[in-house]
Design a protein around this ligand. Structure first.
Ligand code: MN
Length: 162
């Protein structure tokens, strides 16, 4: 009798252990979650429309890099500008554009990467119907800060193909 009881108990333990609850790692991460903080709302003469900016890291003198998360409301964009040390953009949300002066506009979406050579005049920003976000890394900042130019006019922006 005692033997039977122990056997049943072991069987019960095995049964409970085999009822494997859904692991947290199997859960899907919501697509609407932002990976990095959106930061502060900024209205600047260097941008058309509203952007949010979250700078990250220290403005150190070793890596010569400044980086942050930039979010654009629909139609918001930078002015024309250039970076003396170049810049890299990692697109994290939405649909947007990148254009170099006198070059075709490139449509961007989540997962795209843009390498911007030093001193190339360009702009980046959101598409007409989509909030847009990218991580921007300005490189070789010891070469100098952003050189801001004129706004991207509605005509320049409106001439874009989706
Ligand atoms: Mn830029």
């Amino acid at each position: 009798m005692k033997y039977n009881f122990n056997y049943s108990l072991i069987f019960l333990i095995i049964l409970i252990a085999s009822c494997n609850p859904k692991k947290k790692s199997d859960e899907t991460i919501s697509q609407s979650e932002t990976v990095f903080p959106k930061g502060e709302k900024i209205i600047s003469e260097n941008f058309t429309g509203t952007i949010w900016l979250q700078m990250m890291g220290a403005n150190d003198s070793t890596l010569h890099a400044r980086f942050g998360n930039v979010t654009f409301e629909p139609k918001a964009r930078t002015n024309w500008h250039s970076h003396p040390g170049g810049q890299i953009l990692f697109i994290t949300e939405g649909q947007g554009y990148y254009q170099e002066k006198d070059q075709p506009t490139r449509s961007l979406s989540k997962g795209d990467v843009v390498e911007i050579p030093p001193n190339v005049v360009h702009w980046h920003g959101a598409g007409p119907d989509s909030e847009f976000a990218h991580i921007a890394i300005s490189l070789n900042t010891d070469e100098g800060g952003v050189v801001w130019l004129q706004p991207v006019t509605d005509k320049e922006y409106g001439g874009l193909k989706k």
